[in-house]
Design a protein around this ligand. Structure first.
Ligand SMILES: [Zn+2]
Length: 281
């Protein structure tokens, strides 16, 4: 049962949408951030993608560099990029929907989750990635299982992008240097060597303000071209590939809730948190 705040968002989202809350300038880039994409919600996900297509030009992950360097010509609509955190096996359903419609996405991977023995992956997921599960949403084995290295290789061969979502999904702003290096630097080298590709995108876990400190922020910036955070905001104003702002959306959300998360109204309450991250140096 949804709580009051969620119900208000669902109602408000549609009202704000009609009032123009999703009217962004054409040089804006909205980065949407999904997690689990269970099979039974793929029709909902498909409807969300169709809605995004109407309002946005979908950005190919390879065009991100040009977007931030200003070399991507401003299009007729604002842009939108799909990202998926945690590397769950059920993300392959979402990837297929994107492929069928000519789009590609970013998938952020936790190597220790991929390497956990199959019989221990669910425990790993519940312990380190998502401790609280709604069993009416995530119920199949693939909702608790990681994509394998060969499945990730296949995603890459289909022109999707893979990024690093730390080594173990336990990184915190309290970590000592050695642990930070494992989560940020070794994880990148490991992913690059196992997948035989370049890894230039890092995605911080949980809440960027609690999982990244000043030193870690600098370490990420020196080893990656892009840092995807958990904070929402306007990427064309921020114009910073090391502080990419994202909107969390889940495929099982009703449309009003998606609209609220995509709108400008919701960005205001994040202003002090964006400031706090900018000031970390
Ligand atoms: Zn995560």
């Amino acid at each position: 049962m949804a709580n009051i705040a969620i119900l208000i968002k669902r109602l408000l989202g549609s009202v704000l949408y009609r009032a123009g809350d999703l009217n962004y300038s054409n040089n804006e880039l909205l980065v949407v951030n999904y997690h689990s994409t269970p099979k039974k919600f793929i029709p909902d996900f498909t409807a969300q993608v169709a809605f995004f297509e109407k309002h946005f030009d979908i950005l190919h992950p390879n065009d991100l560099t040009n977007y931030f360097s200003g070399e991507l010509p401003v299009g007729k609509k604002p842009r939108l990029l799909f990202t998926f955190d945690d590397g769950l096996l059920n993300n392959l359903h979402a990837a297929q929907v994107l492929e069928e419609r000519g789009h590609r996405g970013f998938f952020f991977i936790v190597p220790s989750f991929v390497n956990a023995p199959p019989s221990e992956q669910k425990d790993f997921y519940l312990q380190f990635i998502r401790p609280v599960i709604d069993n009416s949403i995530d119920e199949l084995e693939e909702d608790f299982t990681a994509m394998s290295w060969s499945q990730l290789q296949e995603l890459l061969s289909k022109q999707h992008s893979v990024g690093c979502h730390t080594m173990t999904h336990t990184m915190t702003a309290e970590d000592q240097d050695e642990k930070s290096a494992e989560e940020i630097v070794y994880s990148k080298q490991y992913l690059a060597s196992v997948l035989n590709t370049t890894i230039d995108a890092f995605c911080s876990i949980n809440n960027t303000l609690f999982s990244v400190n000043t030193k870690q922020k600098a370490m990420i910036a020196s080893h990656y071209r892009f840092h995807f955070t958990t904070l929402p905001g306007l990427n064309c104003e921020e114009a910073n590939p090391h502080f990419i702002l994202r909107r969390n959306i889940e495929c099982y959300w009703p449309k009003g809730q998606v609209l609220f998360a995509m709108g400008k109204m919701d960005l205001k309450r994040w202003a002090t948190r964006r400031d706090a991250y900018r000031r970390m140096r």
